[in-house]
Ligand binder design. Structure first.
Ligand code: MRU
Length: 324
């Protein structure tokens, strides 16, 4: 085992919080150049910010929406309307709807804060489990951004990498840049730099070649929605990574909280895939912009939640009840 390290990260309330009169987020569109907060004084402004990816990542948008609903409740606004506006911002990440449903019975700021704290705690627990998958000197490939920014604190796959690094197990992190909006090259790189973890950004198209060169030991990603059979929706490009990992005999792991499970989706075919504006891909030429893809369960070595490891067959091993 290598030398143990201590990582320093952003406090959860810097990523998203509820002030007296506004939901306040770190504007992720401006990272890494500028670290600036955005005050969202209404549900409409918050919905716009979620849609525009000023805050993004499945658990983080759930937490932000919970704070938004609490704000609407304090102002005695129409909560069903607020629910619908927030839920419709991003269709694939099930955590968004999950957090809003959680808030239905008790739409208070204390409850929203409890949801936020619980998500961070889930991250720490799943990171501790998932770090156990890595051996000494691991070279880990990851995609998109799954750190504190994506979860409201600590992170899923990136949280696991952080815990493994603190245990002295990580030699190198390969960060796929994650076209078209560069969550890897902008956000994961920024977080890894803050944490002091060694990394290098690679073009998404370089992943298979790196694996062929023997420079990758495993792939860790997060998830936006996991169906009952283990099929997993995550940022576009994840499916290709899983195929490349399988071809090279490398384990592909998904790290996600139980709030990302959707037992009502029987398979990936039941998961709605967000299509975003073509202009995010090309401003000049025709383009398609599916934001997520579905990795079939058979390509996934294990799914790690805060409850531990889930191995195939996932229809048997995944929890069917999702905890608050
Ligand atoms: O479009 P984004 O940036 O919200 O997509 C985020 C991802 O795909 C993450 O991998 C996912 O939310 C899991 S990480 C907590």
């Amino acid at each position: 085992m290598g030398r143990r390290h201590v990582a320093r990260a952003l406090a959860p309330e810097r990523i998203v919080r509820l002030d007296e009169d506004a939901v306040v987020i770190l504007d992720q569109r401006r990272l890494p150049e500028e670290v600036v907060e955005l005050r969202l004084a209404s549900v409409g402004e918050l919905a716009e910010a979620i849609h525009a990816l000023a805050i993004r990542g499945a658990p983080a948008i759930g937490v932000a929406a919970a704070y938004g609903l609490a704000l609407a409740a304090e102002r005695e606004e129409d909560l069903e309307a607020a629910f619908d506006v927030l839920a419709s911002t991003r269709p694939t990440a099930v955590n968004l709807r999950w957090a809003l449903e959680e808030m239905r019975g008790d739409p208070t700021r204390d409850h929203a804060l409890a949801i936020h704290r619980a998500e961070v705690e889930r991250c720490r627990r799943m990171a501790s489990h998932a770090a156990g998958l890595l051996g000494a000197g691991s070279r880990v490939y990851t995609h998109c951004n799954t750190g504190g920014l994506a979860t409201g604190g600590y992170g899923t796959a990136l949280g696991a990498i952080r815990t493994a690094w603190e245990r002295g197990l990580v030699e190198q992190v390969w960060v796929g840049e994650t076209r078209p909006l560069l969550q890897g090259a902008r956000l994961t790189a920024w977080e890894l730099e803050q944490l002091g973890i060694p990394f290098a950004i690679v073009a998404d198209g370089a992943a298979a070649a790196l694996m062929a060169e023997g420079e990758v030991d495993c792939v860790l990603t997060g998830a936006d929605r996991i169906a009952a059979n283990g099929d997993t929706a995550n940022k576009i490009g994840t499916y290709g990574l899983a195929l490349a990992a399988r071809h090279h005999g490398l384990p592909f792991y998904v790290v996600a909280p139980t709030s990302t499970l959707d037992p009502s989706a029987l398979s990936g075919a039941d998961i709605p895939i967000e299509e975003r504006a073509p202009a995010e891909v090309s401003r000049r030429f025709p383009a398609r912009n599916p934001a997520f893809d579905v990795t079939p369960a058979e390509l996934i070595e294990a799914i790690v939640t805060e409850e531990g490891f889930h191995r195939p067959p996932y229809a048997v091993s995944l929890p069917t009840t999702v905890h608050a």
